[in-house]
Design a protein around this ligand. Sequence first.
Ligand code: KIV
Ligand code: NA
Length: 263
Amino acid sequence: MKVTVNTLNKMAAEGRKISMLTCYDASFASLLEDAGVDILLVGDSLGMVIQGVDSTLPVTQEEMEYHVRCVARGAKRALVLGDMTFGSYQQSPQQAFANASRLIQAGAHMVKIEGGAYMAETTRFLSERGIPVCAHIGLTPQFVNAFGGYRVQGKSEDDARRIVNDAKVLAEAGASMVLMECVPSALAREITETVAVPTIGIGAGVDVSGQVLVSYDALGVYPGKKARFVKNFMADAQSIQGAVEAYVKAVQDKSFPAAEHTF
Ligand code: KIV
Ligand code: NA
């Protein structure tokens, strides 16, 4: 059965964990969904893992459309989530709709937008017009220059309250899902208990509706520095398929992420 927004809502309501991995091509799309992955994220992490650049900022709308098209051809069951690239949505809701609709036409079923409460108007504009939106809050990698690096967000009480408010406001504006990156697990848990939509974590602990990792990290392919929240599932696997199945199982039985992967 095809994974839809309804499937995700039902899984979250029933406490069945959602598994997501990044995916950039048709062969992996097929392999990942056969191994049980529910959501294929065509992430702008493709800048680092595919293109070899040092942030997500150089990735373009056209490149994202190309990779969404590749993934959509290989995916039959999984939900395809496409990242909105830096500069393709921040100007106005109209600009965001124009570019999001192209990702949907390329085969995405939902788009992901980085940013806090101020993205509510855009989130509403898209969702009211038939484009499901995943809000991406906490560590938003497109803000690397503003943050002065990649670091855990929401550690101070003020920051934590701001991030809870971001999640609330964006869910109320119509976001179908909230993804949180690198936030303390207690904060991710509070947000999951607060918002009515499924939550996905990366470096956000186990008390969320589901998990995501960059597939190249989960398979030990990426040559760069390994973040705390990453686990290489190839270490104990005989095949890529086996490693992905182990990831899905670990997400489902909540053995991943463990305390060592958590802030
Ligand atoms: O681009 C990406 O891979 C992402 C995940 C890290 C959530 O946005
Ligand atoms: Na991304």
